[in-house]
Design a protein around this ligand. Structure first.
Ligand code: F6P
Length: 281
């Protein structure tokens, strides 16, 4: 696991350099989710695959930018799903973006997740790695230094509601509004990594990306985004559900499957469960 952690760090340093120096022109391609790929997305994907291919314990990788999985080492035991540059459409407006990694043992699947990690490229580069605990590291003078363990409070103050409001169910809108009525503040940049990072570091709150009329299965991808963050939140004493079930109990059929998702501290997640259960009764 330590060598994977080091390979992710090496990728992050190269990605930071690519973000700082590369042209951000659009490529002519679309990724598996139908989003236009930036040349930078493709570059970051290549960097990560190159770094992970040096690690013999990595059996297979799956990238959000590629249609199919790639086998690296037949004898390896880890299966790594990654989103090389999540929120890359925010690059041109110079907002924070991130890379996300889910580390599975034996095969892809929530139940096989053994660790997960994300890197935030903002004014500073930070990395959060969850194995037994959720730990924050900061890139300083070319090295990632351990900063602290991340632990959520029972209740937070931030509300990050994703998706197009027009397409929300009325009971979802009521739930979101009820948090604002309780004094929660809106924090939503449109980048999953910085939005969840903010909730983790400010002690708690709620990030939601619900089922909507146009996206009944949600938008965010299970293997690359939803499961890795669910693991990170649970190891930080928070919770992660699809409105009812624990996200890490969900199955997937295809590597690009999506799910509605709610990440937060215990208080907010209980409120989500209660509201959705009442609405569906
Ligand atoms: O996965 C892509 C992504 O950009 C996430 O980083 C982000 O949370 C989400 O989409 C934003 O979607 P929307 O603009 O629909 O709220």
């Amino acid at each position: 696991m330590d060598s994977i952690f080091k390979a992710i760090q090496a990728s992050a340093i190269r990605i930071k350099d690519a973000i700082d120096t590369k042209d951000i022109g659009y490529s002519q391609k679309e990724n598996s989710s139908g989003e236009t790929q930036l040349e930078l997305d493709i570059k970051c994907d290549m960097i990560i695959e190159e770094e992970l291919s040096k690690i013999y314990s990595v059996h297979t990788v799956a990238s959000e930018e590629k249609e199919h999985e790639v086998v690296l080492h037949e004898g390896g035991k880890y299966f790594i799903a990654y989103d090389p540059l999540d929120g890359s459409s925010l690059i041109d407006v110079n907002l924070s973006v991130g890379s996300i990694f889910g580390i599975y043992e034996g095969a892809f699947g929530a139940k096989n997740m053994v660790a997960s990690c994300y890197v935030v490229f903002g004014p500073r580069v930070e990395m959060v790695f969850a194995h037994n605990k959720t730990k924050l590291h900061l890139l300083q003078n070319g090295d990632f230094e351990f900063v602290k363990e991340i632990r959520l409070n029972e209740k937070g103050k931030l509300n990050a509601p994703g998706g197009t409001q027009q397409n929300w169910e009325p009971y979802h809108k009521e739930l979101v509004d009820s948090f604002f009525a309780e004094g929660y503040r809106l924090r939503y940049s449109g980048g999953m990594v910085p939005d969840l990072h903010q909730i983790l570091l400010k002690g708690g709150g709620l990030f939601s990306y619900p089922a909507t009329s146009d996206k009944p299965e949600g938008k965010l991808r299970k293997l690359f985004e939803v499961f890795p963050f669910a693991f990170i939140f649970e190891k930080a004493y928070g919770e992660a559900i699809d409105s009812k079930n624990r996200l890490l109990d969900l199955e997937h059929k295809n590597i690009h499957d999506t799910s509605p998702c709610f990440f937060g501290s215990k208080y907010e997640i209980n409120r989500v469960k209660e509201s959705y259960a009442a609405a569906k009764r």
